[in-house]
Design a protein around this ligand. Structure first.
Ligand SMILES: Cc1cc2nc3c(=O)[nH]c(=O)nc-3n(C[C@H](O)[C@H](O)[C@H](O)COP(=O)(O)OP(=O)(O)OC[C@H]3O[C@@H](n4cnc5c(N)ncnc54)[C@H](O)[C@@H]3O)c2cc1C
Length: 279
């Protein structure tokens, strides 16, 4: 029997995770399922999530699965770049404005939430490895340097001469992001001096004027990579409670977040509405 008719009160949804995936999912649920009561629960919030330090560049990159395109020739294109910290702050204010609840806590298993919530949305990124024992989730360590270089107007990427370093230059609203490493299985969240050197030297080689740029910050984050691709699917827990997984976006969480959030909404709607046909 569809869950809709068994529930007399507003369905309660708990989104676990407050990175770009969790917050965008929570806001899309509020927008598209206005009769649901939505909570975001996380042990890290902006500015301390992986999403905060991301380049914010729209490009499918370092995502698992078998749909990777290899670029072996030069190309030129226009894309968008999000100031992720500002975006997260905007998402959080939207969420609170729509009466969303926020809980600062760590959970050790999703089952701890079934008493309280009808739907749990798992947006825990790399945390899913421990939380639900998914060993397909591994870090791809990314170190970047942010510099002040307002004269840079075009992005550039170059893969080649610097070991595990794929050099890229991404001009953003308040800084230019210089990258970066892609070290699979590396859990080091500290700034590595060798990597710092490779990033700066590689980017200056591509664009010599960057030698004059003032360094704002070095930063390291761990991309939540999942070898078999993003996990975006529904599972039933005890008592028929629903879990929708939305994690493992690797180096493309900012790129994929809004579409994945939309799919979570469809999964919930399908489970709660009899005869709902997928769009
Ligand atoms: C150097 C670098 C550059 C990048 N550049 C780009 C780019 O240009 N474009 C792009 O699209 N992507 C980029 N990415 C990738 C992007 O940052 C990630 O894909 C994205 O941040 C993943 O978001 P998330 O919300 O899943 O994870 P996170 O931002 O890590 O959020 C996870 C959330 O889950 C919570 N959580 C986890 N476990 C638990 C638990 N047990 N209990 C409670 N809470 C829990 C955490 O507290 C946190 O709030 C980059 C990443 C790096 C490292």
């Amino acid at each position: 029997m569809a869950l809709t008719f068994r529930l007399m009160k507003k369905p309660r949804v708990c989104v676990v995770g407050a990175g770009v995936i969790g917050l965008s999912t929570a806001v899309r649920i509020q927008n598209e399922l206005p009769n649901y009561d939505v909570t975001v629960l996380a042990d890290r919030f902006s500015p301390d999530t992986t999403s905060d330090g991301s380049g914010g560049f729209w490009q499918p990159h370092l995502v698992g699965g078998d749909n990777q395109d290899m670029v072996i020739f030069g190309m030129f294109y226009t894309t968008v770049m999000i100031h992720v910290k500002a975006y997260l702050s905007w998402l959080m204010s939207r969420f609170k404005h729509n009466n969303g609840n926020v809980i600062d806590a760590r959970i050790d298993k999703l089952e701890d939430l079934v008493k309280e919530y009808d739907v749990i949305v798992n947006c825990t990124g790399l945390g899913a490895r421990k939380l639900i024992n998914d060993h397909d989730v591994t870090p791809i360590r990314g170190q970047v340097t942010r510099v002040k270089a307002p004269w840079v107007k075009l992005f550039m990427t170059y893969q080649g001469t610097h070991g595990h370093c794929e050099n890229y230059i991404l001009p953003g609203a308040d800084a230019v992001v210089l990258g970066g490493t892609g070290q699979e299985g590396n859990w080091n969240t500290g700034v590595d001096d060798e990597d710092r050197k490779m990033i700066l030297e590689g980017c200056v080689e591509m664009m010599p004027s960057l030698k004059e740029a003032e360094v704002v910050r070095h930063w390291t984050g761990l991309r939540p990579h999942r070898t078999s691709g993003v996990r975006l699917e529904t599972e039933r827990l005890a008592k028929g409670k629903l879990v929708v997984h939305n994690y493992g976006h690797g180096g493309a969480g900012v790129t994929l977040h809004w579409g994945c959030a939309g799919q979570v909404v469809r999964e919930i709607r399908t489970a709660f509405t009899p005869n709902f046909s997928r769009l």
